[in-house]
Write a protein that binds this ligand. Structure first.
Ligand code: HEC
Ligand code: CU
Length: 350
């Protein structure tokens, strides 16, 4: 399910950054992003992503160096101790040894202080540098967290172009996009590791963040603040399209729902599902579950849990509680014909 963008153009020019970007290149030689969909050690997030990933590598390497040095010192201590024989037997050891070793403490504290202050300054610099995009965001997308899925609303000056969707976000490549986020229930956190930093979704508050994708592709995201039983199945995808494809996608979303094979399927859908789900242009206007307009254009269902194809879709509609126990869509005990009618109707929502 992935196009693999070439990240080459992304590798930073500055010498310091080049060192840091070497490490991921060694670890994942020709890895397509799909092989490591949730990586934050490689970035596709333009300027912001580079700033964060470089810092991440620096801190990671620093932590590894500390562990290696401390382990070596412990080993040296153990080995030296064993080889030194007490002169007159164990009962004759002096209580206080000459040469206290305190200088090791002074050196250790000095070195860690410099390293920690250095990281703190770098952290502060990075946070200031990524606070705002270098250009004004191309568009604003509102994201609202639900247990356990993502409500997504595209904003526009032209109110006829505003629309809602769920769990899959398209953005134009190479342009900063503003995200305004909140939640209807508990705290969630919106995170697309390959693109940039996290932002918490907090009740009765709107937080904002911005992201930019530097190459086209599909980037997996994940709720990263524990939010209940199905927290681990609260995923999403961000699809970065070429600007023209993005506009075409947006236009397609605004098109009316398809009425597949007569009104029967639609009526069934409105009756059995419309209290919780909306499809634009029909009487189904529920808001307790994801908006299902143009559902078949999405890659996955149940917030990134299952691939979106007819088989999984049927399985989900027939028995959502087996797939995602505890989720807020109940098993509906549909009859065979009801399930078939609703499925056929949904299949036409491309
Ligand atoms: C009581 C409310 C409720 C009813 C009734 C309901 N659903 Fe849902 N549905 C939900 C919720 C909540 C979710 C999100 C579950 C999750 O991912 O945690 C959901 C998710 C879905 C999804 C996955 C969408 C996505 O983008 O991930 C599909 C498809 C779906 N429902 C179809 C149906 C159909 C078809 C019916 C009628 C037969 C129906 N639902 C009835 C609440 C409901
Ligand atoms: Cu969550």
């Amino acid at each position: 399910m992935a196009r693999s963008p070439t990240a080459r153009s992304e590798f930073p020019r500055a010498a310091g950054r080049r060192v840091a970007s070497l490490a991921p290149a060694l670890l994942f030689p020709a890895a397509a992003r799909a092989d490591v969909p949730m990586t934050y050690l490689r970035t596709f997030g333009g300027f912001k992503g580079q700033q964060i990933t470089t810092l991440t590598w620096a801190l990671l390497i620093q932590a590894i160096v500390v562990v290696v040095i401390v382990s070596l010192l412990v080993l040296v201590g153990i080995i030296l101790r064993r080889s030194r024989q007490p002169a007159t037997g164990p009962d004759r050891q002096p209580v206080e040894e000459t040469g206290s070793g305190l200088s090791w403490i002074y050196i250790g504290v000095g070195v860690s202080t410099v390293a920690l202050i250095g990281s703190m300054v770098w952290n502060g610099y990075t946070m200031a540098a990524i606070d705002r995009p270098q250009r004004d965001p191309a568009l604003t997308i509102e994201v609202r967290g639900h247990q356990w899925w993502w409500e997504v609303r595209y904003m526009s000056q032209d109110s006829s172009r505003i629309f809602e969707t769920a769990n899959e976000i398209h953005i134009p490549v190479g342009q900063p996009v503003e995200f305004r986020v909140s939640t209807v229930d508990v705290i969630h956190s919106f995170w697309i590791p390959a693109l940039g930093d996290k932002i918490d979704l907090i009740p009765n508050q709107i937080n904002s963040n911005w992201l930019e994708a530097s190459s086209p592709g599909i980037y997996r995201g994940q709720c990263s603040e524990y939010c209940g039983q199905q927290h681990a199945h609260m995923g999403l995808v961000v699809v970065a399209d070429q600007p023209a494809d993005f506009q075409a996608w947006w236009d397609r979303q605004l098109q009316p729902a398809a009425a597949a094979q007569g009104p029967e399927g639609e009526n069934l859908f409105v009756l059995r599902c419309g209290a919780c789900h909306a499809i634009r242009g029909t009487r189904a206007g529920g808001r307790l579950g994801p908006n299902l307009s143009h559902l078949m254009g999405r890659q996955s269902i149940a917030a990134g849990t299952l691939p979106n194809n007819v088989a999984y879709l049927s399985g989900w509609i027939a028995n959502p509680q087996t797939v995602k126990p505890g989720n807020l869509m109940p098993n509906l005990d549909l009859s065979g014909p009801e399930l078939a009618g609703i499925r056929t109707y949904l299949e036409a929502q491309k």
